[in-house]
Design a binder for this molecule. Structure first.
Ligand SMILES: [Fe+2]
Ligand SMILES: [Fe+2]
Length: 211
């Protein structure tokens, strides 16, 4: 078993709990409201990954964050186009202030912590909760949003997580780096679990896309 396999196994229960909490009822909310949260999350991840590009010396990791930032910007555009088609005025969209998870992520220093948080954990959460959002859209006959997520967004979120796995295996090579990676994963899962639960209570629906 590799270190990353062990890390995945070790965090599987907590990740499943977050994804499980996002399933629940497909009543409440509107895909309109949920897509606006998706927009806010896509822009937050794009901004976070972009902020790490210039201060990450390892070339493969630097480029992984650059790619992630570009892909998340693409997801933003796709979701924005979908909202426009649903009649939403995109000029009126103002991204909300960063949620507590992104405030903490922005303070992370060091390549291993950034890979563990931004690619390995955040992307695993995003992929799982987006599956719940897809189920919600399907239940509400929003087949175009289902198509966008299934054909473009989800394959890219999965790819980001796989890149995170590969880079973590490479760079978390010492006992200290591995402990740091584990602690970072724990911290991100803990904060994400709390912020998502609070958002679900506020919105009255749990299948919120993104992190
Ligand atoms: Fe995304
Ligand atoms: Fe992603």
């Amino acid at each position: 078993m590799t270190f990353v396999d062990e890390l995945t196994a070790r965090s599987a229960d907590r990740l499943s709990a977050i994804i499980g909490a996002s399933r629940g009822s497909t009543d409440g909310g509107t895909s309109h409201a949920l897509l606006q949260i998706a927009l806010a999350n896509e822009v937050a991840v794009a901004e976070l990954a972009a902020s790490w590009v210039g201060t990450t010396p390892e070339l493969d990791v630097k480029l992984a964050f650059a790619r992630q930032a570009g892909d998340e910007a693409g997801h933003f555009q796709l979701v924005a186009e979908r909202l426009r088609a649903l009649g939403f005025d995109m000029d009126a969209f103002v991204p909300p202030a960063a949620n507590p998870l992104f405030q903490v992520l922005a303070t992370l220093d060091g390549t291993v912590a950034r890979i563990a948080a931004g690619l390995f954990t955040l992307e695993a959460i995003a992929y799982g909760v987006n599956e719940s959002f897809i189920a919600y859209c399907r239940a509400h006959d929003d087949t175009e949003t289902v198509r966008i997520y299934e054909t473009i967004i989800q394959p890219e979120e999965r790819e980001h997580q796989l890149i995170g796995r590969t880079l973590l295996e490479k760079y978390a090579a010492t006992p200290e780096a591995r402990t740091l990676a584990q602690d970072t994963v724990d911290r991100v899962l803990e904060i994400a679990s709390r912020t998502r639960a609070a958002a679900a209570t506020r919105l009255g629906v749990a299948c919120i896309p993104g992190c």
